[in-house]
Design a protein around this ligand. Structure first.
Ligand SMILES: N[C@@H](CCC(=O)N[C@@H](CS)C(=O)NCC(=O)O)C(=O)O
Length: 220
């Protein structure tokens, strides 16, 4: 079996989708959480100078959370069985990443202190007007959430998840990407009952549930 180490900060952030994939597959890995105080001295040694990174067999380092997620989903059987199904799963996952990414940008605009903790050269990237990032985030929600609700309503999908009866990458992403937005606004999914129901089904999966109960509680 391959040896996996996931490198990220001590928060859910962009690594949580990967942790959920490991939990659902019941595959052991090292969940390496890097202290912010050590990050500046490590940053330039990391591929792409960002986290998360998945290290495989102490040889290969894969950056980019969505690449890592697709890789793990393929390895663990949570991706499509053909290219059409893969395209559907990836497009839904990427839509949810848009919501999540916009939320994170808004969050960092609001919490300059946390951005400072990341690194000095990151600060400039998030100095745009806070209301602008909020507008972007809300526009993305208005664009993505109705589309995803429609995907769940479509006749071609008779199962309980986005692409049938089995949890796939996009279903886990629906749980993970909307966690922070829902903490901030618990009524976010009031008009999207199928999305809300899907998240509940994912969270009720015994392996996911056991992970959610035992994970580190962090602010985001
Ligand atoms: N597109 C990348 C973005 C990665 C990213 O923005 N990582 C942040 C943490 S969420 C980071 O490493 N920040 C520290 C820094 O840039 O110094 C991904 O999805 O993995």
């Amino acid at each position: 079996m391959q040896e996996y180490t996931l490198h990220y900060f001590n928060r859910r952030g962009r690594a949580e989708i990967c942790r959920l994939l490991f939990a659902l597959a019941d595959i052991p890995y090292t969940d390496k959480r890097i202290d912010f105080s050590k990050w500046d001295s490590m940053k330039n040694k990391m591929p792409c100078c960002m986290l998360p990174i998945l290290e495989i067999d102490r040889k290969i380092q894969v950056p980019q959370s969505m690449t890592i997620s697709r890789y793990l989903a393929n390895e663990f059987g949570f991706h499509g069985s053909n290219n059409i199904e893969k395209a559907k799963i990836e497009s839904i996952t990427d839509c949810l990443y848009d919501v999540f990414d916009n939320y994170m940008r808004m969050f960092y605009d609001r919490n300059g202190r946390k951005v400072k903790r990341f690194s000095s050269d990151m600060r400039g990237k998030y100095t745009e007007n806070q209301s602008e990032s909020r507008t972007n985030y809300l526009e993305t929600c208005n664009r993505v959430l109705p589309y995803l609700e429609n995907c769940l309503q479509s006749k071609e999908n008779s199962g309980q998840y986005f692409t049938g009866d089995k949890i796939k990458l996009c279903d886990l992403m629906c749980y993970s990407a909307l966690e922070n937005p829902l903490i901030e606004n618990p009524s976010l999914l009031n008009d999207f009952p199928k999305l809300r129901n899907l998240r509940q089904q994912v969270a009720a999966n015994p392996k996911v549930l056991s992970y959610l109960k035992s994970r580190n509680e962090t602010d985001c």
